[in-house]
Design a protein around this ligand. Structure first.
Ligand code: NAD
Ligand code: DAU
Length: 339
């Protein structure tokens, strides 16, 4: 086991988004010695409400762009680590308009790496299993740290590009970095453009859920709280220069997930619409997280998907004021795309 890194003052980029804000809550709850500076541009996907109510002496919000080198020069010194979540994160948006994905995910990562190089700050890069492309439904294989990169969408190729920059900056300039590639997250604060919250909020609104293609695409679901504990473990115990895959053995096809949502919300299991498939739609993702579990001793805690789904549904029922402002525009965008 490598020496434990004990950060006291970290920057969390994208800390007002879904997974970043869950990580900020996790750190505040579990690691009282750590101060968090959230750096977030507050795009359509960022909401300061996600971290509202956290103690002001523990969490500070800086509204700004990760591509802004001068801003980074001002705020990075004095911190001992950057945990990088900020991104354009939605595949469908990347197909409709790829440019912000290249800007934020590639150029933004480049700027952060340069800031880490200049100010000698440790860096954890939050990435996705989508960099590995997809697997066939009948393939017994799962992704490992050795799987070759083969991204399919503008989103996943921008994330793959950013991973490559991290590797190069680590090898060439000696940046102290780690990378994690995680599977599909679910839980509170997820934007309603994404599959699970879109269908939950559709049902609340009396709109039929929308299933792409044949509904057989498989995603490997992990509760966002388990993602947070894994990232903390890698940041503090991971070996510099290493990649760790994060997953909780949660493979399910989309129609199974949708039927579970319909059932939990008291609707008939065929009460949904089939809609136009996503172009280039990845068939299956599956993570082998053996390295993280055996080398760093991490284990997921929230592996009962039905109960995680029920608490997620309850969260969206109780937080209508949080998602309501985005609902009409999100559905209008999908309607235009035939989805
Ligand atoms: P999200 O879209 O919910 O949040 C992204 C956040 O980044 C928002 O708060 C947004 O305002 C901020 N942001 C965007 N551009 C910015 C910029 N230029 N400067 C500063 N802030 C900016 O995303 P998410 O689903 O929480 O994903 C977070 C990270 O986790 C991403 O890097 C994503 O690739 C990765 N990831 C996501 C999943 C998943 O299932 N959602 C799985 C694995 C990895
Ligand atoms: O695998 C990790 C990735 O998971 C992350 O890197 C991405 O940031 C995150 O958005 C997610 O990507 P997906 O494309 O897998 O997630 P999404 O929620 O968009 O879709 C999940 C599946 O559901 C996918 O097969 C497409 C399908 N889908 C999606 C929507 C929005 C539908 O069938 N209907 C829908 O309305």
């Amino acid at each position: 086991m490598p020496e434990t890194f004990e950060p006291r003052n970290i920057i969390v980029t994208g800390g007002c988004g879904f997974i970043g804000s869950n990580f900020v809550h996790h750190v505040v709850r579990e690691h009282p010695e750590v101060h968090v500076t959230v750096l977030d541009k507050l795009t359509y996907a960022g909401n300061p409400e996600n971290i509202a109510g956290l103690p002001e002496d523990r969490v500070e919000l800086v509204v700004g762009d990760i591509c802004d080198a001068e801003l980074l020069d001002r705020i990075v010194p004095g911190h001992d680590a950057i945990v990088h979540y900020a991104a354009e994160s939605h595949n469908d948006n990347s197909i409709a308009d790829p440019e912000p994905f290249v800007q934020t995910n590639v150029v933004g990562t480049f700027r952060l790496l340069e800031a880490c190089r200049k100010h000698d700050v440790r860096y954890h890069h939050v990435s996705t299993d989508e960099v590995y492309g997809d697997l066939a439904l009948d393939d017994p294989a799962r992704f490992t740290e050795e799987t070759p990169y083969k991204p399919s969408s503008p989103y996943s190729s921008s994330k793959a590009s950013s991973d490559m920059l991290v590797r190069a900056w680590t090898r060439t300039y000696g940046i102290r970095s780690t990378i994690s590639n995680c599977s599909n997250n679910y839980g509170p604060y997820q934007h309603i453009e994404k599959f699970i919250p879109r269908q939950i909020t559709n049902i609340i609104d009396g709109i039929r859920p929308k299933l792409y293609g044949d509904g057989k695409n498989v995603r490997d679901w992990i509760h966002t709280e388990d993602h947070s504990s894994a990232v903390w473990t890698i940041l503090t115990k991971g070996r510099i220069g290493e990649t760790y895959l994060i997953g909780a053995d949660g493979e399910k096809d989309n129609i199974t997930v949708l039927r579970a949502i319909l059932k939990a919300m008291g609707r008939p299991e065929d009460d949904f619409d089939w809609v136009r498939d996503r172009p280039g739609h990845d068939r299956r993702y599956a993570i082998d997280s053996t390295k993280l579990r055996t080398e760093l001793g991490w284990q997921p805690q929230h592996t009962d998907f039905e109960s995680g789904l029920e608490s997620t549904i309850a969260w969206y029922r109780e937080h209508e004021a949080w998602w309501r402002p985005a609902k009409a525009a999100t559905e209008a965008k999908y309607a235009k795309q035939g989805q």
